[in-house]
Write a protein that binds this ligand. Structure first.
Ligand code: PMP
Length: 355
C-alpha cells in the first residue's frame, strides 16, 4: 500500500532526491567507492559543498556580505552557538513555542535575556503579536515556524535590532528577505535533507564582536573561513541537501514552493473547518502552512484512537499530534504532494461518513 509521510521531521523528501543519494551511496561518481567512504577532501566532494552553498544563495537570494555554512549538531546546537557568537550584553527572545523556549534557555548561559513576548499562557495556540522590541538588545531571536504547535510567521518583520531566526521547519518554503536578518539557521531534516546537517546563513560583519573567547568549533568564523571544511562535515546529509536544492530549483524555486504550500494547507484547513468531527487548534491568522494541527471536536473525542487507526490503515504515516497538543498533526513540507493531502482529506471525509 502506498504510504503518505506526514512526519514532522525527519520527514518526507522528494523521491528522486532519495534515489539519487542512494546511487551515490553505492558508487560515488563512478569512483568505485561509496559516498559514505570517500574523504571529505576528495576532489569530487568539494563541488558538492560548493554547489549546495551556491544554490542556497541563489534560491534564497542571499545578498553580498553573507556566508552560508553547513554544520553538525542540529538546530539545537545553534540555540547556544547563536548567543555564544552574538550575545554581548542583552538579547531578546520571542517565546512562541517549545523550540523558541529552548533557544531562550541556552542564551541565558551567555548573558541577560529578555522575553520580549510570549504566548505560553495560551499554550502557544497563537503567535505573540503587538509587542515592543527594546532598542537596546544585541539581537532579537524568533522562531518562524513552531513545529509542535503549528503556528507560523510567514513574513519578514522589521526589527530595530539585529534579527536572528530559527527557520528549521519552514526554510525554503517561501521567498525570504535575508537582508532583514543577521543570522538564519535551520536543521535540514524537514525541508532540506536527512538529519545531520544544519544550514546557517550569517552576516559576515557581525562576527567576532562578542566579548568572550570562543572554542574554535563554536566560532562561526572558523567555519566561514574554512568553507564548512574545518573538520569532517556530514558528507551524506550535505550531498542530499544539494540534491534537494537542485530539485527545488527545477520545480520553480521558493516561489513555487510557497504556492504549493498555500495550496496544500488551504485544502487541508478547509476540510478541518468543514468536517463535523474535527477542529483546528490554532488562531486562523497564525496557522502554519507546514505543520497542520487539529483535534477531534469535543463531542467526538472518543473517536481519536479509531481515526488514527483508520488513517493508518489507509497509508497515512506520522499524523499523531505532539503530546503537548494531542490530536493530530499533518506536516506538509515541500516534498508533500497534493495527492498525499487529498488522500488525507478523503480519509477524513470517509471517517465522517461512518459517524
Ligand atoms: N527548531 C525547530 C523549529 C524545530 O522544529 C526543531 C526540531 N524539530 C529544532 C529547532 C531542533 O532541531 P534539531 O533536532 O536539529 O536539534
Amino acid at each position: 500500500m502506498k504510504k503518505y509521510n506526514f512526519n514532522a521531521g525527519p520527514s518526507m523528501l522528494p523521491r528522486e532526491v532519495i534515489e539519487n543519494t542512494a546511487k551515490q551511496i553505492l558508487d560515488f561518481n563512478g569512483s568505485g567507492l561509496s559516498l559514505m567512504e570517500i574523504s571529505h577532501r576528495a576532489k569530487d566532494f568539494q563541488p558538492v559543498v560548493d554547489e549546495a552553498e551556491a544554490l542556497v544563495k541563489e534560491l534564497l537570494n542571499v545578498p553580498e556580505g553573507y556566508s552560508v555554512i553547513f554544520l553538525g549538531g542540529g538546530a539545537s546546537l545553534q540555540f547556544m552557538q547563536i548567543p555564544a557568537n552574538f550575545l554581548i550584553k542583552k538579547a531578546g527572545y520571542v517565546n512562541s513555542g517549545t523550540w523558541a523556549k529552548k533557544a531562550m534557555k541556552e542564551a541565558k548561559l551567555f548573558g541577560e535575556v529578555v522575553e520580549v513576548a510570549s504566548s505560553a499562557d495560551d499554550n502557544y495556540t497563537h503567535l505573540p503579536h503587538n509587542y515592543e522590541i527594546p532598542a537596546d538588545l544585541d539581537y532579537l531571536h524568533i522562531c518562524t515556524n513552531n513545529t509542535i504547535f503549528g503556528t507560523e510567521l510567514r513574513e519578514d518583520i522589521d526589527a530595530p535590532v539585529r534579527l536572528i531566526a530559527d527557520m528549521s521547519s519552514d526554510i525554503l518554503s517561501r521567498p525570504v528577505d535575508v537582508s532583514k536578518y543577521d543570522a538564519i539557521y535551520a536543521g535540514a531534516q524537514k525541508n532540506m535533507s536527512m538529519a545531520g546537517v544544519t544550514v546557517i546563513i550569517v552576516k559576515d560583519d557581525v562576527l567576532g564582536k562578542a566579548p568572550r573567547e570562543l572554542p574554535t568549533m563554536l566560532d562561526y568564523r572558523t567555519h566561514v573561513e574554512k568553507g564548512s571544511m574545518f573538520n569532517t562535515p556530514p558528507v551524506v546529509p550535505i550531498y542530499t541537501l544539494m540534491e534537494t536544492l537542485r530539485w527545488v530549483k527545477a520545480q520553480g524555486g521558493v516561489k513555487e514552493m510557497d504556492r504549493r504550500a498555500h495550496e496544500r494547507a488551504e485544502a487541508l484547513y478547509a476540510e478541518i473547518d468543514r468536517n463535523k468531527l474535527f477542529r483546528g487548534t490554532v488562531a486562523k491568522e497564525d496557522r502554519s502552512l507546514m505543520n497542520i494541527c487539529f483535534v477531534m471536536n469535543d463531542e467526538f473525542k472518543d473517536l481519536e484512537k479509531s481515526f488514527l487507526d483508520f488513517a493508518t490503515e489507509r497509508g497515512m504515516v506520522g499524523i499523531k499530534g505532539h503530546r503537548s497538543v494531542g490530536g493530530f498533526r499533518a506536516s506538509c513540507y515541500n516534498a508533500m504532494t497534493m495527492e498525499g493531502v487529498n488522500a488525507l482529506i478523503q480519509t477524513m471525509k470517509d471517517f465522517e461518513a461512518q459517524h
